[in-house]
Write a protein that binds this ligand. Structure first.
Ligand code: TRP
Length: 336
């Protein structure tokens, strides 16, 4: 029995990593994984991605880019168990056991599914229009991810809290029926982590098409930063730092002193061109080395594959043992 807390989180492989992912998820997860009293399991949720990302080439490319990004940014795979969901055959097996323990009514209440139905109805469509069973059962697969490794702490964004609570419900029901095989997970939402705004000022998200990709070449990075929407104030006119996307991204990359200085310069009327130029320099400086490693990894995907294979091997030591116990518990076992 380990006394370390086990932290587990998944990254859906349905897009290219952007600055918002870095600041809001990758950076804090890597920092937390360096703590001595945590044991981290991070994985690429490619089965989850399949619910929405049904272009094979894109899914494959996204998996490669996201894995490369985490490795390039310094994830220590000796400490962290870093793997791909689809490399763990016990996860879909557990998904089925949990599916049979999950009330359909619980899934009816899931926000993601309910939202899709509401959108359909609002558009005058049938409620079920274009909703696949993957979307409906999504929280069960996520429960399997979590319970497979008996993780206690699940760092997630706000939109995922309900899913972790559902994993808890499902685990309780299973434990009640078959014995105490699962620990009950809790969601951990870090309020200090920045949710970055995108080019248009809304939350940076691939669904809004307003992202700044994480490892753009320098010229492209500069171009994207120049596209950040600002107001029309001229150089010399005081600017409000708190409502500015430029300042918000600055703050996510700068130290305290640099942040305080930039706030003063906004009040003094720094021009948008100048502020963006400095933002570019700050961000570029921090991404330069990881970007080199990232590009090297993309040139040599076998290294990524090896790292993931090693992670899966370590993960499966646990998943195969727990799956054996679970099958036994539900009565699926050898007859003689
Ligand atoms: N659903 C999560 C998201 O979209 C990703 C995910 C899949 C996950 N399985 C998980 C997160 C298990 C935490 C634990 O962000």
């Amino acid at each position: 029995m380990s006394i370390k807390h086990r932290v587990l989180t998944g990254i859906t492989t349905s897009g290219s990593p952007h600055l918002g992912n870095y600041v809001g998820a990758i950076r804090p997860a890597i920092v937390a994984s360096q703590s001595a009293d945590h044991e981290s399991f991070f994985f690429l949720a490619d089965y989850h991605a399949l619910i929405k990302a049904q272009d094979p080439e894109r899914l494959h490319q996204s998996t490669k880019e996201i894995a490369a990004a985490w490795l390039a940014l310094g994830l220590d795979t000796r400490k962290v168990v870093f793997y791909r969901q689809s490399d763990i055959p016990e996860i879909p097996q557990l998904t089925w056991l949990l599916t049979c323990m999950t009330a359909k009514g619980l899934m009816n209440r899931a926000h993601a599914y309910k939202g899709a139905v509401a959108d359909n109805l609002a558009a005058g469509e049938d409620g079920d229009y274009a909703i696949n069973m993957g979307l409906f059962s999504y929280p069960i697969l996520m429960a399997a991810d979590i319970l497979m490794f008996n993780a206690q702490i699940i760092p997630v964004g706000r939109d995922q809290i309900q899913h972790v609570e559902m994993a808890r419900d499902i685990a309780q029901r299973f434990n009640h029926r078959y014995g105490e095989l699962f620990q009950l997970p809790v969601a951990q939402v870090d309020d200090n982590v920045a949710i970055l705004q995108g080019l248009d000022g809304r939350k940076m998200s691939k669904s809004y098409g307003n992202t700044i990709p994480l490892f753009l070449a320098e010229k492209q990075l500069k171009k994207h930063i120049n596209k950040i929407v600002t107001n029309l104030l001229e150089p010399g006119e005081p600017k409000d730092a708190d409502t500015s996307t430029v300042f918000q991204i600055w703050r996510a990359f700068a130290n305290q002193q640099q942040t305080a200085e930039m706030r003063v310069r906004f009040a003094e009327g720094i021009g948008w061109g100048e502020a963006k130029k400095e933002l570019y320099e700050l961000v570029n400086e921090q991404l330069r080395e990881p970007r080199e490693r990232y590009n090297e990894l993309l040139q040599d995907p076998a290294r990524i594959e090896n790292a993931l294979a090693e992670g899966a091997e370590r993960a499966r030591v646990e998943s195969s043992e727990l799956m054996r116990q679970l099958r036994d518990a539900v009565g699926i076992k050898a007859l003689a």
